[in-house]
Design a protein around this ligand. Structure first.
Ligand SMILES: *[C@@H]1O[C@H](CO)[C@@H](O)[C@H](O)[C@H]1NC(C)=O
Ligand SMILES: *[C@@H]1O[C@H](CO)[C@@H](O)[C@H](O)[C@H]1NC(C)=O
Ligand SMILES: *[C@@H]1O[C@H](CO)[C@@H](O)[C@H](O)[C@H]1NC(C)=O
Ligand SMILES: *[C@@H]1O[C@H](CO)[C@@H](O)[C@H](O)[C@H]1NC(C)=O
Ligand SMILES: *[C@@H]1O[C@H](CO)[C@@H](O)[C@H](O)[C@H]1NC(C)=O
Ligand SMILES: *[C@@H]1O[C@H](CO)[C@@H](O)[C@H](O)[C@H]1NC(C)=O
Ligand SMILES: *[C@@H]1O[C@H](CO)[C@@H](O)[C@H](O)[C@H]1NC(C)=O
Ligand SMILES: [Ca+2]
Length: 588
């Protein structure tokens, strides 16, 4: 794979000169000439050609990280480097990769790939600092979709009815494999690493970025030493379609609740379930106990009111989770219809014969997918089709991008059919729930997988199901507890109390967030420090900055005399597992 070339021999000499003569500074090495001389041989991966003429570099000093959620905020300097490559035989093909390289004096023999969110394959400047601050080269790709800010959905159709399979496969897993293969070799060359020096290889990402991480670990196990993965959007056809489930619940029950009414249900749930974990801190750390002991019907009749709000967030017809339309002032008392919507959403999708097809969010999560829209002509709340769910159907099922402005004719059974047909159609690209991780495990890889327990966009139980699939496939002859213990040696799952989707939750501000995952992972991989609980920090509110620990699944937190313990509670564990008897095949 590493055919010597004249240009590399020349580069070696040049680098040796820099290091011996002066001690290479960031400015010395962050030049187009130097980077070009360090590019891997243009054909070092069969089927692709690197383009040396495309290299760009610029030094950035004293940058501050924009995102304090996935790594501590800090100031750092780096070399911003981009170049392009193409797939041989594909007309007009161009894939851009971007690497942020630390100062040579701060490089610690590490490489990090970063992922995206929604239909984005990268998170740009939000994720890359996470590598540089730990002495890693951090990489991101544009997937070949046109630019670093072009998302996969914009490139997914060649024409109405014609999927762009290159985009589908690149988005599915291929672009990330190429990003890391190229990135690791380039890192070795750039920092003049000896053949025998170990380059540690990491992945970090959340949501779609979490799915992208699993896409690599499931396929290219020996390429990775460690991965920190949050709330992955895997089991794609189920995950994307389930966004429409809440809509179909309101449609089927014929009740479109004002958002304020659903908010009131959530607030009352938090008040009622907070103390079930033994600590009254405004955080439901045991949504399972909430599910077992709290009856949502007790909220019926409680008064709610909300002030009018202006529109916020993104524009356009396809509502994403983050944007919302203007709403009028709302006032009323919680109805039994709204509570029935809440209960049905939490039960998860069942088909017309009552068989469970999929599952949903935990009790205490906001009902983001239920969101209705106000019609000022009629003065009524109406169906608002969920943007992510609609987009999956329009793009990948119907393949023409035609907006689903209503869900006429769509039933629970329709959702079921979309989920199951997608298992087959996207099994080799987007589903990403292959449960046998033997190559990764045998190569010594480690995973920290976390998921907010109040995630409103990807059900927390989705991560539990995958962990359970890995356990049962890889340790079929061990008991549940022994299998769980064996898995903990290399794959750990953490449910983050009160956290939302890849973020903290303003409704439960005292909850922890695992901000130092990469440091914990590095300590595990490089120093053998196996986590027992996951290091976390309160990132907002009155306890901001305080350290917290999170229990490793299947253990669950409980506070006794203000002290947290991680307990084994079979009844609670059972609430996380669903018998999907509405699906004729195993769902990993
Ligand atoms: C970056 O910050 C350091 C420490 O505050 C300072 O010494 C240095 O001059 C700064 N560099 C630039 C280019 O601003
Ligand atoms: C990194 O380089 C690319 C390509 O030149 C450029 O578009 C981007 O703005 C740069 N980013 C930073 C933070 O300098
Ligand atoms: C698909 O058809 C719609 C509606 O006719 C049109 O607006 C859109 O541009 C077409 N998309 C493509 C990729 O051709
Ligand atoms: C729910 O609680 C939040 C945070 O305390 C508050 O801002 C909001 O107004 C409450 N909503 C309702 C409907 O009571
Ligand atoms: C509001 O309701 C009216 C009357 O049913 C309907 O014609 C109109 O399309 C609705 N507006 C929106 C934005 O859905
Ligand atoms: C998009 O595809 C769906 C499913 O095949 C079809 O019903 C619809 O008419 C198509 N829309 C357009 C504009 O072609
Ligand atoms: C754990 O988190 C605390 C802040 O809550 C931080 O100071 C400490 O460095 C972290 N430990 C590791 C191993 O990252
Ligand atoms: Ca609590």
């Amino acid at each position: 794979m590493r055919a010597p070339s004249n240009s590399r021999a020349f580069a070696f000499a040049a680098f040796a000169y820099i290091t011996t003569a002066a001690g290479a500074s960031l400015k010395d090495v962050c030049t187009v000439e130097f980077a070009k001389s360090k590019l891997p041989a243009s054909d070092f991966i069969q089927g692709i050609t690197l383009d040396p003429s495309s290299v760009t570099t610029n030094v950035v000093y004293n940058a501050s990280s924009a995102d304090g959620t996935f790594f501590p905020a800090t100031t750092f300097s780096y070399c911003n480097l981009t170049f392009a490559y193409s797939h041989n035989g594909r007309q007009g093909d161009q894939v851009l990769v971007q690497y942020w390289l630390p100062d040579p004096a701060k490089f610690e023999n590490r490489y990090l790939s970063t992922g995206g969110g929604g239909y984005a394959i990268n998170s740009g400047v939000r994720s890359l600092p996470g590598g540089v601050i730990y002495g890693a080269v951090a990489g991101a790709t544009d997937g070949g979709f046109g630019s670093f800010s072009t998302q996969a959905d914009a490139a997914m159709l060649l024409a109405n009815g014609t999927l762009d399979y290159e985009t589908l496969y690149m988005f599915g897993y291929q672009a990330h494999w190429e990003l890391s293969k190229i990135g690791k070799q380039f890192t070795r060359n750039f920092f003049n690493m000896g053949e025998k020096t170990k380059l540690y290889s990491y992945y970090q990402g959340c949501s779609e970025g979490g799915r992208e991480g699993w896409s690599q670990i499931q396929r290219y196990g020996d390429e990775w030493d460690g991965a920190a993965i949050g709330a992955p959007a895997f089991r794609w056809s189920f995950q994307q379609t389930q966004h429409l489930y809440s809509n179909i619940v309101t449609k089927t029950l014929g009740y479109y609740p004002p958002p304020c009414e659903m908010q009131k249900i959530v607030n009352e749930t938090i008040s009622a379930c907070d103390a079930l974990d033994g600590l009254k801190d405004g955080v439901i750390s045991r949504s399972d106990l909430c599910e077992l002991h709290f009856d949502l019907s007790s909220v019926i009749g409680k008064p709610y009111s909300c002030a009018a709000t202006a529109a916020s967030g993104g524009s356009g017809k396809r509502k994403r989770q983050m944007s919302s339309a203007a709403t009028p002032a709302q006032k009323g008392t919680v109805t039994k219809e709204a509570v029935e919507v809440a209960k049905e959403v939490i039960r998860g999708l069942r088909d017309s014969q009552g068989r469970q097809v999929y599952f949903s969010y935990q009790t205490g999560s906001t009902f983001s997918d239920v969101t209705t829209q106000y019609n000022s002509t009629t003065g009524k709340w109406e169906l608002e089709v969920d943007g992510l769910g609609a987009e999956h159907i329009a793009l990948l099922v119907d393949k023409n991008g035609t907006d689903l402005s209503n869900l006429d004719g769509v039933t629970y059974d329709t959702l079921k059919n979309w989920m199951i047909s997608g298992m087959q159609e996207f099994g080799s690209t987007l589903q990403t729930n292959w449960p046998d991780l033997t190559p990764f495990h045998q190569a010594g890889g480690k995973v920290i997988h976390f998921h907010g327990e109040a995630d409103y966009s990807i059900p927390t139980a989705s991560s539990v199901r995958y962990w359970e699939s890995v356990r049962s496939i890889m340790y079929p002859s061990l008991s549940y507890k022994d299998g769980a213990d064996a898995l903990k040696d290399w794959y750990q799952l953490y449910l983050v109390p009160g956290a939302g989707h890849c973020s903290t939750n303003t409704l439960m501000p005292n909850g922890p967030f695992p901000q130092t995952n990469l440091q914990v992972l590095i300590n595990w991989v490089e120093k053998g420090v196996k986590p027992v609980t996951l290091n976390a920090t309160v990132l907002q509110g009155e306890y901001e900055g305080e350290n917290r620990q999170i229990c490793a699944w299947p253990l669950r937190p409980v506070w006794k005399k203000n002290k947290m313990e991680c307990e084994y509670d079979q009844t609670s564990i059972d609430t996380w597992h669903y018998n999907l008897n509405g699906v004729p095949l195993p769902v990993y």
